[in-house]
Write a protein that binds this ligand. Structure first.
Ligand SMILES: Cc1cc2nc3c(=O)[nH]c(=O)nc-3n(C[C@H](O)[C@H](O)[C@H](O)COP(=O)(O)OP(=O)(O)OC[C@H]3O[C@@H](n4cnc5c(N)ncnc54)[C@H](O)[C@@H]3O)c2cc1C
Length: 397
């Protein structure tokens, strides 16, 4: 049994704590947040910094993300789909009753006037290096097929099904991972100032010595890492009677807008991507653009109620790629940028194997069968090439 100290209780911190405590290790997690739940969901959110994971839409889109990420992200993401499903199934078997995960594929959509831009994106997906060839190809849908799949979508949209893509319910998943790791010592309201091999420097307390110090503080890991925050804004709509089975993403020359259905007749519309560390409330421009795009895709959203808006910062390293840094007594994982939910389980698995703490097997559920997908990715077992790609060294400031 190792003594492990984790700085940060976001997506990575909670997943690591849950997995390591199940493996019998003694785990303590420090986070300045007041507790495990999401901050209260007012209409606007001027509050103190908190995990980007709460704000995220929770799309698990390895293929769609090839539009603006490299094959490493796609490959890790494709592995993570099966891992999130296992996590959700295990949490359900342990008594969680809330829906945490759904896998019905996703749709890429384009209005006729934007077909040229959409085709350029699809061409990029098709020609992305090496790994892309092994992903299910986007499957074009004709008008009748689209209407059968998602009757609520505006007629006349061009559509492609990305089989196998999925979503998590971020707030519920974050809470469930904390609630089902009771042996973890959660130290809420405590900030870690530095993370060094075998030691976490806790504000107001001083050094806490451990066998392995883990730094997953997201944007809060400065100055140890050369991070920047990238602002993202989302809007929650409540629309009883409007039914959407799967996330949809609108291809547009200027915006990448997605609509993600959530339990309780909720829809998350997102997200802006702005090179700014401004955490102030959602701007009028972003709100108008996101909601106009959503309405153009689902006209029935006209009567939806705007129940929440939120802005947060995605943690990004200079190359926008995820990085694992492992050395004796120290593990850092960061730079998950716009793909943190997509990448976390595969990165955690690779990182724990790297530091000699392979995670205990989950319940051993069979791998998912992608709905509408043409084939399963053959490398669901972990790939050392991906690991090597990501075992780069942290960016010093
Ligand atoms: C608008 C938006 C939409 C997104 N949509 C998606 C999506 O659809 N799919 C997807 O895969 N990803 C999405 N993301 C990205 C995803 O949320 C992030 O990549 C992910 O949350 C990063 O996980 P993390 O654990 O590294 O950091 P975080 O989730 O940010 O967690 C970091 C934690 O560290 C804590 N912390 C900070 N400083 C300290 C300190 N000094 N000491 C101790 N703890 C500290 C914080 O309080 C926080 O709890 C989105 C992000 C945003 C903002």
């Amino acid at each position: 049994m190792a003594r492990i100290g984790i700085a940060g209780a976001g997506v990575l911190g909670r997943l690591l704590a849950w997995r390591l405590s199940r493996a019998g290790h003694s785990v303590t997690v420090f986070d300045p947040a007041a507790g495990p739940a999401a901050p209260s969901t007012g209409h606007l959110h001027p509050g103190a910094p908190y995990a980007a994971g709460f704000t995220a839409a929770g799309m698990l889109s390895p293929m769609a993300e090839l539009d603006n990420a490299g094959p490493v992200v796609a490959r890790l993401g494709w592995r993570s789909l099966a891992l999130w499903r296992e996590v959700a199934d295990t949490l359900r078997a342990e008594g969680n009753t809330v829906q945490l995960f759904a896998q019905h594929g996703s749709l890429m959509l384009a209005h006729g006037s934007d077909l040229g831009a959409a085709r350029r994106v699809l061409a990029r997906l098709g020609t992305a290096p090496s790994f892309a060839a092994e992903l299910p190809a986007p499957q074009p849908l004709d008008r009748a097929e689209l209407a059968a799949l998602e009757p609520v979508l505006a007629p006349g949209l061009h559509a492609w099904l990305l089989g196998g893509e999925a979503q998590v319910m971020p707030r519920d998943m974050l809470q469930a991972m904390a609630a089902h790791a009771p042996r973890v010592h959660w130290r809420w309201g405590e900030r870690v100032e530095r993370v060094l091999p075998g030691v976490l420097h806790v504000a107001g307390e001083g050094p806490v010595h451990v066998d392995l110090a883990v730094d997953v503080r997201g944007v809060g890991a400065r100055p140890d890492l050369a991070l920047r925050g990238v602002r993202g804004e989302v809007i929650w709509l409540h629309a009883p009677g409007v039914t959407l089975q799967r996330p949809v993403r609108l291809l547009h020359p200027r915006h990448r807008v997605y609509i993600v259905p959530r339990p309780g007749d909720l829809f998350v519309v997102g997200a802006s991507e702005i090179e700014s560390e401004d955490r102030s409330p959602v701007s009028l421009r972003s709100a108008v653009e996101l909601m106009a795009a959503a309405h153009s895709v689902i006209p029935e959203l006209a009567e939806a109620r705007i129940v929440h808006m939120e802005a947060n910062l995605r943690p990004a390293l200079p190359d926008n790629e995820p990085h694992i840094q492992a050395e004796p007594g120290l593990l850092r994982i960061n730079g998950l940028f716009r793909h943190g939910w997509l990448l976390a389980p595969a990165l955690v698995q690779d990182a724990l194997e790297t530091v000699g703490l392979p995670p205990a097997p989950l319940r051993g559920f069979p791998p998912p069968v992608p709905e509408g997908g043409h084939r399963l990715w053959p490398g669901q077992a972990r790939s050392t090439a991906v690991l090597d790609d990501n075992l780069s060294h942290a960016h010093p400031c």
